[in-house]
Design a protein around this ligand. Sequence first.
Ligand code: PMV
Length: 329
Amino acid sequence: MPAISASAPGKVILFGEHAVVYGQPAIAVPVFQVKARAMVLPEPLKPAGWVRLQAPDIGLEALLSELGEEDPLGEAVRQVINKTGVDPLPALTLRVTSTIPVASGLGSGAAVSVAVIRALAEFLGYRLPDRRVAEMAFEVEKIHHGTPSGIDNSVITYARPIYFQRDLYGGKNRLETLVPDKPFTLVIGDSGIPSPTGKVVGDVRQAWRADPEGYEQIFSQIGELVRIARRFIETDDPQALGSLMLQNHDLLVKMGVSCQELNGLVDAAMQSGAWGAKLSGGGRGGNMIALVPPERAKTLADALVKAGAVKTIITHVEVNASSEDTQDR
Ligand code: PMV
């Protein structure tokens, strides 16, 4: 058996984080400048069932049998065992590397899951459809997030801009490819503050329980912004889109998921000529995004660094996806 590898991109949420957990739509796009990679190497001298996991970035080296049930990497492997029925696995080493910062809203957990699931399935001779890969990665997301909406595993599996709406009653989620009228440019700024999404999602749930009416109102205002944003993406109106981003950011501030550093980066982006900016992902740290005229991207990235960003990424959202429903792929 030859070594097999697979990779998966990072992602940012353009609109609708948190509200998407409560059934509102959201928009996310892949970020190809960062990625997770999984490589499966055969270990012909070891007995069947000997499965070693290596993730040098996080200092992990362990046998599958040593990992607890709550370990996301172990769960990704178990998903493949369950779906393919190959048990025990042939002896192997699974090596995972990633350039996606952890706990920063760029989808590192989901990207690792997708890369592991694809590489391991292919190693075993299975070609899983995207829909199945996304479902399996969703099961792993539950360990990371508790109550994930499903947007991260979806955008990362399909690797194209998506419009996503969770079915709150366990039915089929709405998942559509979003085709921008024109490419657009985003600058991503990393606050450098790690913020595990599961914690922030849990805090929002508590706040929602304490004030259901107030929070439902914020969620539906965000949902409305997302629906309008989709039109502006599909008709190329970046100024209008930028202004919606700011409105979405304000609602996230109201929800209690921003922080001084992220607000500072959003302000710096606006002062440096962005059309709009907002935090992206779970919040309280992690990344923010700015929509910029392409020729200003470098200047704006420098301005974000001056305002405290530890890293920036310039990414272009392209117009290369087909308009078919991604669930049919
Ligand atoms: O993984 P993050 O930090 O991009 O957060 C995902 C977005 C949330 O809406 C906060 C959670 C979810 O499951 O949709």
